[in-house]
Design a protein around this ligand. Structure first.
Ligand SMILES: [Zn+2]
Length: 119
């Protein structure tokens, strides 16, 4: 269960890395992709955790994400399924961002455009 939550969160954090880490994002994205490539889910979960633990921003993102999963937060409507955080998208270039626990909404990291909630 925990393993599945880690792997699901690892998939989601990939699009957040540039925002969380800035210039370090590329190297971390590569390591994360490598970790997720491991066939065995247990090994992948351990490797993913190791990679994300190296930076405060990714470590706390992951901690928030897993804590939310444990509390069993569900999308409104109560349909059982993966935990969802509100997603935002840049209307100009399509970059997407996930808002965790009331974080301030940034400008698009690609083009500086405004992010709008996605449905
Ligand atoms: Zn943009």
């Amino acid at each position: 269960m925990e393993r599945d939550a880690i792997l699901a969160a690892a998939g989601e954090i990939q699009s957040e890395l540039p925002y969380l880490l800035g210039p370090a994002a590329d190297g971390v994205a590569d390591k994360l992709a490598e970790a997720l490539d491991k066939g065995n889910g247990d090994i992948a979960a351990v490797l993913v955790t190791d990679v994300l633990r190296q930076y405060e921003a990714t470590r706390s993102w992951m901690a928030d994400r897993l804590a939310a999963a444990e509390r069993g937060l569900q999308p409104l409507g109560g349909d059982p399924g993966p935990v969802q955080f509100p997603r935002f998208q840049c209307a100009a270039c399509g970059w997407t961002w996930v808002r965790v626990r009331g974080a301030p909404i940034p400008a698009c990291i690609n083009c500086g455009g405004a992010l709008a909630p996605m449905r």
